[in-house]
Design a protein around this ligand. Sequence first.
Ligand code: PSV
Ligand code: MN
Ligand code: MN
Length: 385
Amino acid sequence: MSDIKAALRQQSIETPSWAYGNSGTRFKVFAQEGVPRDPYEKLADAAQVHAFTGVAPRVSLHIPWDKVDDYGDLARHASELGVRIGAINSNVFQDDDYRLGSVTNPDPAVRRKALDHLLECVDIMDLTGSDTLKLWFSDGTNYPGQDDIRARQDRLAEALSAVYDRLGEGQRFLLEYKFFEPAFYVTDVPDWGTAYAHCLRLGPKAQVVVDTGHHAPGTNIEFIVAFLLREGKLGGFDFNSRFYADDDLMVGAADPFQLFRIMYEVVRGGGYGPDSGVAFMLDQCHNIEPKIPGQIRSVMNVQEATAKALLVDGDALAAAQAAGDVLGANAVLMDAYNTDVRPLLAELREEQGLDRDPMAAYARSGYFEKIRTERVGGRQAGWGA
Ligand code: PSV
Ligand code: MN
Ligand code: MN
């Protein structure tokens, strides 16, 4: 049990700056009280999540949603709050120019503009000390014949190669795939195979990021995780959960068993731990629930799934598998999944000088009451900001 606790103590989950701002669907963005008015306040809220859970020391930024004049100053502000800047998320999907795509657009001037933004994101990595660039492209087409599928892959490869060449020592990019939306016919990076093939050509600084909400229903995500880890190409996760499409609900809310299965493959494949190179990021929006508690709950859900994955008796599982004992092997996995790890995690927090119950401790802290009166006119998180 002590080695499981030691492993859990090392956990590092990254929360997204955009989870703290107002968000919604294309039907309605519901404004909440006390939401951040600028990136500095988003970092302050993220620091609360870390302060109460002890395992969320990194914060992802999204450019230009988190545009500031002085990125070095923003990074210093983060470290004063006890957190640091994690992945820089690029945004080549929000301008009118990108109607027919960004880096795969048939117009070279638009492609140039998109590439310049991606290179600017690497500049921001230099200024903030971030080691990871996250690339998601909304590029695709809506109608058969609209553009040449193969030429779009050539343009994508050219842009990725230019970004790759700009990366410095200790920096990498993660290529994110998504099977549809906003494009409804062809998506230029629709699946892990496409992302993997592009990354493989480029080299070790290019890896794939698995957003758990970006697959067709029924996809076996843990298989993808096992495969990419085996190939050294799993760069990280955008965790969230979904019932239908890219719902961006709290991770572990819709299907905690799937999250456990994913975390088991992470542990099994050596993807857990500070040196594994796998980033555990959240990519969520809290449209109707309060945002800081929503992040705390999500971090705890990942912690619980991780604890259960670490509890799997590897020797017993290997023996049952070798003996062809189908039911025995399945039982080993289910025993771990069905263990209530909440007392273990409460104990761990107490040993770390934290409250046993982060949700209750945050509610008691008075932080929300403070931001609710101090902050007027909080910003929308992303879309249309
Ligand atoms: C796209 O759906 C995505 O998952 C990408 O990671 C974006 O950067 C992010 O959502 C914005 O929330
Ligand atoms: Mn994502
Ligand atoms: Mn998404």
